[in-house]
Each structure stands twice: as C-alpha cells, then as structure tokens.
Design a binder for this molecule. Structure first.
Ligand SMILES: [Fe+2]
Ligand SMILES: [Fe+2]
Length: 147
C-alpha cells in the first residue's frame, strides 16, 4: 500500500465516485437523495485532496504545472462544484428532473476532466513526486480521511 501509485489511487477514487452516481435513479428522488448526497461528499473529498495536497505538492516540485494543467483543473473544479451543488439542492427539493439536468451539465465537464487527470496530470504527478514525496502525499491523504 505504501508503494501505491498516485495515479492508481486517484483513478480508483474516480471509479468509485462514478459508480455512486450511476446508482442514482432521478425518477425516485426520495430513494436517490442519500446516494447523491454520498456522491457529493465523496467527490468533494476527492477535489479537496487534489487542491490541498496533490496539486500544491506537484506544483512545488514542477512549477510550470501550476500555470498549465493544474490551473485548468482548478477552473473546472469550480464548474463541477456548482453543478453538483445545484443537483443536490434540486433533488432535496424533490425535483428529480431538475437534478438530472444539473447532473448532465456537471458530467459534460467531469467526464473530460477525469480523463485529462488520468491520462496526463496523474501520470505526471507519479513522475515528479519521487518515492518519498508520493508516500508522504498518500500518508497525508490517509490521515485526512480518518478525521
Ligand atoms: Fe479534479
Ligand atoms: Fe480527480
């Protein structure tokens, strides 16, 4: 586990978060609400790991990353967060159709976002965070998830 690649860990988290969203049935708002709430919680936790731990560490070791790929990811996080919050609020109000629309808008950004992270940014992080740095990032993430 100590040797787990950054890219493997974050990709697995994407997959688990995607699976939660796939289980949401917007035609049944009451049943869907706790699942969408869990999706929201997990995606928020994932974004915080990236913004507070992974991206700053990578940017410190490879400064040009901050102005290119990381800047784009941070802008997309703003859009993703807005749509996921709208979706959750609408579903909580019983508006399944509205929540579905907000989720579709979110997925237009999130699909490409995750692909860019998995194909470009995470492998770059694997490269710039040499062994000890990567292990340190994983330790901080594990520490944070306990709290
Ligand atoms: Fe991200
Ligand atoms: Fe991500």
């Amino acid at each position: 586990m100590a040797d787990e690649m950054i890219s493997d860990f974050f990709k697995k988290d994407h997959d688990e978060i995607d699976a939660l969203l796939a289980a949401v049935d917007f035609d049944r708002p009451k049943e869907a609400l706790p699942i969408l709430a869990e999706f929201d919680r997990r995606l928020e936790r994932h974004i915080v790991w990236e913004e507070e731990i992974l991206f700053p560490t990578a940017a410190r070791l490879a400064p040009p990353l901050a102005h290119g790929p990381i800047a784009v990811m941070l802008e997309e996080h703003i859009l993703i967060r807005k749509d996921k919050r709208d979706a959750l609020e609408r579903l909580a109000a019983g508006d399944g159709a509205g929540a579905k629309r907000s989720t579709a808008a979110m997925l237009e950004v999130l699909g490409g976002h995750n692909m860019k992270e998995e194909q470009i940014l995470y492998p770059t992080c694997d490269r710039v965070l040499a062994g000890a740095q990567a292990a340190r990032v994983m330790d901080v993430i594990r520490e944070k998830s306990r709290g």
